[in-house]
Design a protein around this ligand. Structure first.
Ligand SMILES: [Zn+2]
Length: 234
């Protein structure tokens, strides 16, 4: 086992926030193989992301040899999870979950909703390639959410934003008018939009509904906080 200098130092200093021995960090650089993927439960696949986000928030991301991982995964891929996230430049799933080559499938689209193409991609990720979890990842201060709330119409953006419209009623459940400058409203729509996408994964895909019913897949929603780096699970 090869320990990176960084993981050795974390061990030597006690690394109280990580609560993982150095060898566990070094193991984080082991690529996902079909064997490792097969042993994982859906809950473990999500736990892996939770632990990665904790490392990210605490500034203890694992420093791996990415080219070594690229070589090792050149002929196969066996990711543990698939993530549907926004295109926002501040929410790269691999970074905020501290994942690397071959670890996760990522589908990114402004507003992190699902459509036929995203669902097909997720069916490939899960049924064909064996990922054990699907995570729909929203984030705070999402421009797509705000734009949908503002009723923006512009080129192809108009059609894109129509996918977020079903979540808008969540903003004004307690009355009042839709206000994209109201942070509380934006947060409510963000959560509702994630929940709708989570529901759609099984409602609109017989394949993934079957996997969930068989206990082979878990679909979860989460929201990333741009300011803290933390991912809150719904
Ligand atoms: Zn966004």
């Amino acid at each position: 086992m090869k320990l990176s200098r960084r993981s050795f130092c974390a061990c030597a200093l006690g690394a109280p926030l990580i609560a993982q021995p150095a060898f566990a960090q070094a193991m984080a650089c082991d690529v996902m193989t079909p064997e490792r993927q097969a042993l994982k439960t859906p809950d473990e696949a999500i736990q892996r992301l939770k632990e990665g986000n904790l490392r990210f928030v605490q500034g203890h991301t694992v420093n791996c040899d990415l080219m070594a991982q690229a070589h090792q995964t050149a002929t196969y891929q066996s990711p543990a999870a698939a993530i549907v996230g926004c295109i926002d430049s501040r929410v790269p799933p691999e970074l905020i979950f501290d994942q690397r080559i071959g670890d996760v499938f990522c589908a990114r689209i402004a507003g992190n909703f699902v459509n036929t193409d995203i669902l097909g991609s997720l069916e490939f990720a899960t049924k064909v390639s064996g990922a054990k979890a699907v995570v729909v990842l929203g984030h705070t201060s999402c421009g797509a959410i705000r734009s949908a709330m503002a009723g923006v119409e512009m080129g192809n953006i108009t059609g894109l934003l129509s996918n977020i419209r079903p979540a808008l009623p969540a903003a004004t459940e307690a009355g009042g008018t839709l206000d994209p400058a109201n942070g509380e409203q934006v947060a409510k729509v963000t959560v509702a939009n994630v929940r709708l996408a989570v529901e759609a994964v099984t409602a609109r895909s017989d394949i993934m509904r079957g996997l969930v019913e068989a206990g082979e897949l878990k679909v979860a929603g989460a929201v990333h906080d741009l300011a803290t780096g933390e991912v809150a699970w719904l």
